[in-house]
Design a protein around this ligand. Structure first.
Ligand code: AMP
Length: 171
């Protein structure tokens, strides 16, 4: 797993001073690393009855689509406002400065669907906590929140007390 961690590039002071940005594009563009990352994550869920993967805009779409393909499920998109064409349900959540909103189609799930929520990286957990709240109202079962990587020192898991959380690469 260390080789996968090492291929993720650190970009200091992006997008603003004091943040060390984990640039996963170096992992995605390396064929062997990308394949291994997807295989390792998908392996966790093989044999489980999963109905749908939820991918969170935008980097969550990459992992979400790859997982859905491997597991033979569909992928449902959680997107920024105004991008989804059909009727939507939305949720707003607090950021460091201001608020953000995410949307999902109102016919995204059937009651009781077992789903996995996928994103690239767990930082403060604010985004995933909002998505958990958004999908819970559909009466689905969240099997797990799955991430390629996690910044453990930010303790994002504390914002997800009721969900199972798994990340492949821990920093
Ligand atoms: P959060 O809501 O704080 O867990 O982070 C939400 C999203 O912001 C994650 O899905 C990442 O795509 C992105 N993000 C936050 N912090 C970082 C970081 N240090 N490096 C790379 N991406 C980050």
């Amino acid at each position: 797993m260390d080789d996968l961690k090492q291929i993720i590039r650190d970009i200091p002071d992006f997008p603003k001073k004091g943040i060390v940005f984990k640039d996963i594009t170096t992992l995605l563009s390396d064929a062997k690393s990308f394949q291994r990352m997807v295989d390792l994550l998908a392996h966790r869920y093989v044999g489980e009855k999963i109905d749908q993967i939820v991918g969170i805009e935008a980097r969550g779409f990459i992992l979400g689509a790859a997982l859905a393909y491997k597991l033979g499920t569909g992928i449902t998109l959680v997107r920024k406002p105004g991008k989804l064409p059909f009727q939507t349900r939305s949720i707003s959540y607090e950021l460091e400065y201001g608020t953000d909103t995410l949307e999902i189609h109102e016919d995204a799930f059937k009651k009781g669907d077992r789903i996995i929520l996928a994103d690239d990286l767990l930082a403060t957990g604010g985004t995933m906590a909002a998505v958990v709240k958004l999908v819970e109202k559909f009466g689905v079962e969240i099997y797990e929140c799955a991430f390629m990587a996690e910044l453990e020192f930010l303790n994002g898991r504390s914002k997800l007390p009721d969900a199972k959380v798994y990340s492949l690469l821990k920093f």
